[in-house]
Design a protein around this ligand. Sequence first.
Ligand code: AMP
Ligand code: ZN
Length: 113
Amino acid sequence: MDCIFCKIIAREIPANIAYEDDRLLAFHDISPQAPSHVLIIPKHHIATLNDLNSDNADLISHMVLTATKLADEQGLAKSGYRLIWNCNEQGGQDVFHIHLHLLGGRAMHWPPG
Ligand code: AMP
Ligand code: ZN
């Protein structure tokens, strides 16, 4: 499968890994949009949020809790941070393997552009 994130999981492409367990991988974004920008991805390929169902509830919960743990470890818990999921073209999704963005270390704007 021609998926860049599956290749990172398989160690075919290098990444700066922040956390790994049996279900997910977290690594620093190659083009960071904030001083801290980490991507949390499932090891199992899921293309978009539209492909999720109730069977994935534990996985999604684990991704969010891993993001909050990483935010705390990076000293972002008190100052604040943002978690983002992009879905399909108008949602700004470029990589079709679901990923949770953890962004922090600067003030975030609202509403997003
Ligand atoms: P999205 O637009 O939500 O699909 O986000 C995809 C993210 O993946 C972008 O922020 C990219 O900078 C990031 N990205 C793409 N290729 C790599 C890579 N090889 N290593 C780390 N991050 C990547
Ligand atoms: Zn994939």
